[in-house]
Design a protein around this ligand. Structure first.
Ligand code: GLY
Length: 382
């Protein structure tokens, strides 16, 4: 994207300078968010009191390694690979634990093990990633044709699927491409077809959670999940759908996945505020003005993948929207200085959470990834 290359070069310089010290400072951690002093926490802290789905099983644990692999791709510096592997090795222990694992093995092991294998050919990473893919495939409900999201912690979730899982499908596509066994890819496509049918609304907005009867496979209802409410449009979920359907399109070439991604993208385009700041939910009230910079970066990444597969004349609107979002983050929601380990600020986990506007490691991941996309460098890890 020639017209934005100069901007991307400037931001890549800021990212490189920041990640040089952030990576060394946190080399033995698996960070999720920063504390009030700007220091990253550590999801791999063995003394932590974690829920079964937290600690080493926490779904975002792959993004720290992912950031480091993005920097490795960019700079070729071995130390980024070395630090990424510290977290990858720690995360392999999840398989022994097993009970706390969930469908997000895709989010966990694509930016770590798959990235390591794709970029360096590491045979240990190949085994880890195939192990993760096998567990993910085992969560498929063949009657409802969906991948079960979570385990029962506070309620019965045997029939629950969530839009975020569109990203986990990447691990299944990779496993089929790598092993030659079509089962993984077949499961991924069946799940993607179910999401097209039951999650995507005619206007291009999407449900966060859809509940099916786990015995009959019939759709029971949708839940608002991390968004404003049932029937609303959680912005990060829009991003998971848009970018997620692009991943399915890239791996299968099926036109309907591209069309669905575009339908979701057009809904986003029509609802992005003039400020370029992305709310937690496109349907939330004006006040309180909760925002989610993380959802913003995921949407931007999805726009860029979509734009890259469209002809000239059709792609520019998505490119411009992506860069507008990323510029807004870089100019007013980013910290490139020494006082905070994270770059992207003002993220929100969910609309109804008691706390808003903090940092999240995966916001940094999607921001950095999207800036490299604008520059046109780096291999797609998904
Ligand atoms: N996958 C959960 C989230 O986006 O917060």
């Amino acid at each position: 994207m020639k017209r934005y290359e100069e901007w991307a070069d400037t931001v890549i310089g800021q990212i490189r300078r920041k990640m040089e010290w952030v990576s060394e400072k946190n080399r033995d951690k698996i960070p999720y968010r920063t504390d009030k002093n700007g220091d990253y926490d550590d999801r791999s802290d063995p003394s932590g009191q974690w829920r079964p789905d937290d600690g080493l099983n926490w779904w975002t644990n792959g993004f720290w390694g992912g950031i480091l692999w993005l920097l490795y791709q960019d700079t070729g510096e071995e130390r980024y690979a070395r630090i990424a592997r510290i977290s990858e090795r720690k995360m392999e222990k999840c398989f022994q634990d097993f009970y706390g694992l969930h469908h997000d093995v895709g989010f966990m092991f694509v930016p770590t093990a798959v990235a390591d294998y794709k970029l360096t050919g590491n045979p240990d990473s190949r085994r880890t990633a195939l192990h993760g893919a096998t567990l993910l495939a085992g969560r498929f409900n063949p009657v409802g044709r969906f991948i079960r999201a979570w385990n029962d912690l506070e309620e019965d979730t045997r029939g629950w699927a969530i839009i975020d899982c569109m990203f986990n499908l990447s691990l299944l596509y990779w496993a089929s491409e790598e092993s030659g066994d079509p089962r993984f890819r077949q499961i991924a496509m069946l799940h993607a077809d179910t999401v097209r049918e039951h999650f995507v609304r005619p206007d291009g907005s999407v449900c966060h959670i859809v509940e099916f009867d786990p015995q009959t496979g019939e759709r029971v209802k949708s839940h608002g999940g991390q968004g404003y409410g049932e029937g609303s449009s959680w912005t990060r979920g829009q991003g998971w759908a848009l970018y997620g359907f692009m991943i399915s399109y890239i791996h299968t070439g099926r036109r309907e996945y591209l069309d669905t991604a575009r339908q979701v993208a057009d809904y986003c385009l029509a609802n992005i505020p003039d400020s370029g700041i992305i709310p937690v939910d496109f349907c939330q009230p004006a006040e309180p003005a909760y925002e989610d910079s993380c959802g913003a970066c995921v949407i931007a990444g999805g726009f860029l993948e979509l734009a890259g597969r469209l002809p000239a004349g059709e792609r520019e609107a998505y490119e411009d929207a992506a860069v507008r979002i990323l510029r807004t983050i870089a100019d007013s929601r980013a910290d490139f200085g020494p006082d905070c380990d994270a770059i992207v600020q003002n993220c929100s986990a969910a609309y109804h959470s008691p706390e808003h506007h903090f940092t999240m490691s995966y916001a940094d991941y999607y921001f950095i990834e999207a800036v490299y996309k604008v520059k046109g460098v780096g291999r797609l890890l998904w």
